[in-house]
Design a protein around this ligand. Structure first.
Ligand code: BGC
Length: 886
């Protein structure tokens, strides 16, 4: 067609199109951008979702400040372009919610792929473009859909199957216990290791879903599964492959006795003791089609776990990092010791060539003796030893599959020739939760603590939060979990992980409401020490505070109530006093009874808050009465009028009484005074607390306006302190304040003293979730400008987007940068630094002068002078505030 008014090969139509294009992009730049970070059930494009009404999440960005969503439109479809929302078209739903948006479409089918996208309207009514399309794949909703049998009998299982025609969709559903490695056509499927996560197998086992399409080919295919003992301590496999062919045919390949079995090269495997791999026993091609499996037997049908099957809806365990050794030592003839420079969980990858049958032995340790040999004494009965037996075919590269170690040092013996630094790599292995926070400040001691806290935390996430990762333990000790939960929530995206762990806790609860010290329950007692059991209500409550997760509260309310009722049934004179561990590993001992009583009260308080959040006024009122009774009983039982403190007047006892305001007004002053004096004078700014007291002590100091003292304690480098650990070479947190390296209980990677990590964020970076707007809808940015700290910065990737607070100061000025996500609101608290004639500017715009708020700066809603600070109310956006004066 001839163009209209051709201008040198161009046309008016062309101009028009360019104009329209420019207009579109400019309007997107000026207005709301398409939502990003789409997630379902906290996960990006999850496979195997077995929740019938899953929840959606997205984050927003906007060119202008002070923005919020007024409406959204979600489309859910079965077609990948998601052009129509035939499953769910929310329409223009008037809502500010960008998180926890519950699916309200047609019932979802099992084993089906869905696609979704979302757009939003900003507060001025302007619509954004649609997001890119995200995916949700459902799992198996109905137990009847599991058609196969549990099989085992050997640690290698295989099956060939034919693919006739075009595969439109291929999924594998697999529960291989204790651990599995799934292989198709000679390749490992996916990147998960030590999968699936440990559960109470009699109650529940987790299955994992994979997209098999990239692994399949037309014609003959083969699936091979290797099994390890893991925590199940037996081997059993239930798997099925679902193929959807062009033309509508559906094929299911399920485990049964038509599968073949034979023991493979892993001749022994144990989480604590290690793995032995005899490469001479490899049968090349066993996981590929066309393999002659005549020598293989029919797989045995075995007893599987008794529990239900649920989808594993959380970040799997993966190799997240590879450590290059910084040193190789040769402390004795034939003994080589590698230093990975970092205590971590995982294993070593070995590179070796040598004669067939040579056995190379790797032993793992956290510590060295002065003579340079590894010290495994603190591993107690865990052997932590991997053995690789060479097949003798050139360079062999190996890493184990079904064990993990906690280590910094690796000893190599039996190596053919002399190893080099290239011989080993450290493989860092843990639940691959996304790092979501960062913290740094001008004090290097604190930065070093932040580093050992986060390394300790992540390397102790192995499907459950563990106490340690090296010795014969590695349990889900609940006291450790609750004490570090806030720190973990600041540093990592824990939403899906804790959702799973809360269900794990529910799985151990008995008829009486009792739960256990460890989850799954192997070590420790039933009922749990109250300080340990509190992990249940507390983590549920944190899920609501940090992620706005109301569903967790709904799902667990009845069980939480049952737990509180169990505690109540154990109360004597209004208090729960039974205790096994109390303020565990404290320098100065506090009676366990006061610790348990504190947690009884705390649990009841949380239950009241949960009842309120769920609108259950009756329960809230009933438990409100109980809380008052406990409070009175606590004071009666523990207040000592002679000392003016609680129980034996330790730092912990007084911190507990103050933290939850269990001390009535008339006792608060003396309890506080005793605490302060013990810290500041009695112990020269050192804490004497165990894992319980430590968390509350730091928080109480900040609440009482003494963040300076808390900072002194945190920055200490002499015993007992975090800095003392660092001075003594710690690269992860220790279990004890004391330096011990013998055969006793002294893990060198134990996250439980990591609660200081959340204090860094809350006090020094100043990032505080505001209970008035859960899930960071409201946030208080109130950094403590302690002592000589020149700057501090923290950021947290919340479900709504990044929250950032970063400040620096000089004598007469403090500058604070804040980032607040769309739809959130912040109270930014600027300390007045004892200045007069204060002026606050945002960029070049004055927002405070002559003792008054000066309106005008975009996104700044208000400012007041209250409690010694200028408090600024701001909407979303990035702000740079400067407070100065004379
Ligand atoms: C664990 C602790 C745990 C404790 C119970 C220890 O063996 O390692 O971290 O909380 O037992 O007191």
């Amino acid at each position: 067609m001839a163009s209209l008014f051709p201008v040198r090969g161009f046309s008016i139509l062309g101009f028009l199109l360019i104009f329209l294009f420019l207009a579109r992009t400019t309007s997107a730049q000026n207005g709301p951008s398409a939502p990003v970070g789409l997630r379902c059930e906290y996960l990006t494009d999850p496979l195997g979702v077995d929740v019938r009404a899953p929840r959606f999440f997205w984050t927003l960005d906007h060119a202008s400040r002070g923005q919020s969503q007024t409406a959204f439109q979600v489309l859910v479809s079965t077609s990948p372009d998601c052009a129509k929302g035939e499953m769910w078209d929310s329409g223009k739903a008037v809502s500010a919610e960008t998180t926890q948006v519950v699916y309200r479409g047609k019932p979802l089918d099992s084993d089906t792929s869905y696609f979704w996208k979302v757009r939003w309207w900003d507060k001025d009514g302007q619509a954004s473009p649609y997001s890119t399309v995200a995916r949700i794949d459902t799992g198996l909703f109905d137990p009847g859909e599991w058609r196969g049998r549990w099989i085992g009998g050997a640690n290698q299982l295989r099956k060939e199957f034919a693919v006739d025609g075009e595969v439109l969709r291929a999924r594998a559903y697999i529960c291989g216990l204790g651990y599995y490695e799934l292989r198709v056509n000679g390749r490992k499927v996916g990147a998960n290791v030590l999968d699936p996560a440990w559960t109470t197998y009699d109650k529940r086992a987790l299955y994992v879903t994979y997209d098999l399409a990239p692994y399949l080919k037309p014609g003959a295919n083969a699936v091979g599964v290797m099994l390890g003992d893991g925590w199940f301590k037996k081997k059993a496999l239930l798997a099925q492959i679902h193929l959807e062919m062009a033309g509508g045919k559906k094929v299911v390949i399920a485990t049964d006795s038509s599968w073949k079995m034979k023991d493979g090269p892993v001749t022994s495997d144990s989480i604590y003791n290690g793995e032995t791999y005899d490469a001479r026993l490899e049968t090349r091609g066993w996981d590929a089609p066309g393999f002659k499996d005549a020598g293989w037997k029919a797989a045995q049908v075995v007893d599987g776990p008794k529990g239900v099957l649920s989808a594993q809806l959380m970040p799997p365990i993966r190799v997240t990092d590879t450590l290059v050794p910084n040193k190789m030592m040769n402390p004795a003839p034939g003994v080589y010791v590698f230093d990975m420079g970092q205590n971590a969980s995982g294993w070593a990858r070995l590179r070796v060539s040598g004669p067939r049958g040579t056995a190379v032995r790797l032993r793992f340790a956290e510590l060295l003796y002065p003579n340079g040999m590894i010290n495994q004494e603190n591993l107690r009965s865990a052997r932590a030893e991997d053995v690789y037996i060479l097949k003798g075919e050139g360079e062999e590269v190996w890493e184990p599959r079904f064990t993990y170690h906690g280590f910094r040092f690796v000893e190599v013996t039996g190596f053919p020739g002399v190893p080099t630094l290239e011989t080993l790599r450290g493989r860092v292995v843990h639940s691959a939760v996304k790092p979501s926070g960062s913290f740094a400040c001008s004090n290097p001691v604190l930065n070093a603590i932040q580093r050992i806290v986060t390394w300790g935390q992540k390397t102790n996430l192995h499907g459950i939060p563990t106490d340690c990762n090296q010795r014969d333990e590695r349990m889900g000790w609940m006291g450790d979990a609750q004490g570090t939960a806030e720190e973990a929530l600041m540093n990592f995206d824990m939403a899906a992980f804790y959702t799973n762990f809360l269900r794990d806790i529910l799985d151990v609860q008995d008829e009486k409401g009792q739960i256990t010290d460890t989850v799954p329950h192997v070590w420790g007692s039933r009922p749990a020490d109250p300080a340990w059991g509190t992990a249940y209500p507390l983590i549920a409550w944190y899920m609501y505070q940090y992620y706005g997760d109301r569903r967790v509260l709904e799902d667990h309310y009845a069980a939480l109530k049952k737990y509180v009722e169990f505690l109540r049934s154990r109360a004597v004179d209004g208090l729960v006093t039974y205790s096994y561990y109390g303020d565990w590993v404290a320098v100065e001992k506090t009676p366990g009874s006061i610790v348990s009583s504190f947690y009884y009260y705390y649990d009841v308080k949380i239950l009241i808050d949960v009842a309120r959040a769920l609108g259950n006024k009756e329960d809230a009122a009933d438990y409100g009465k109980l809380a008052e009774e406990i409070k009175a009983a606590f004071h009666r039982a523990y207040f000592d009028s002679k000392t003016g403190g609680y129980a034996n007047n330790t730092q912990t006892a007084n911190a507990l009484a103050l933290f939850l305001e269990l001390a009535p007004k008339e006792a608060r002053g003396s309890a506080w005074q005793n605490l302060f004096e013990s810290l500041a004078y009695g112990h020269n700014s050192h804490l004497m607390t165990g894992i319980i007291g430590t968390k509350y002590l730091m928080e109480v100091l900040t609440r009482f306006g003494h963040s300076d003292l808390a900072y002194d304690i945190a920055a200490q480098t002499t015993y007992p302190s975090w800095g003392y650990m660092i001075e003594n070479g710690a690269t992860t947190l220790w279990e004890l304040w004391q330096k011990r390296e013998g055969p006793s209980m002294n893990s060198h990677n134990h996250p439980m003293f990591g609660s200081v990590g959340s204090w860094f964020y809350k006090a020094l970076a100043g990032i505080n979730p505001d209970p008035e707007g859960v899930g960071f809808r409201k946030v208080r940015l109130e950094p403590q400008l302690v002592r000589d700290l020149a700057y501090a910065a923290g950021s947290v990737d919340t479900l709504r987007g990044q929250v950032l607070c970063s400040w620096k100061r000089s004598a007469k000025c403090v500058t604070l940068e804040a980032v607040i996500p769309v739809g959130s609101e912040a109270e930014i608290v600027l300390p007045k630094l004892n200045l007069r004639n204060i002026v606050v500017k945002e960029g070049e715009t004055v927002v405070w002068k002559d003792g008054k708020f000066v309106p005008g700066a975009s996104g700044i809603l208000d400012a007041v002078d209250k409690d010694g600070a200028i408090r600024i109310k701001a909407g979303s956006g990035r702000f740079v505030l400067e407070l100065s004066g004379e």
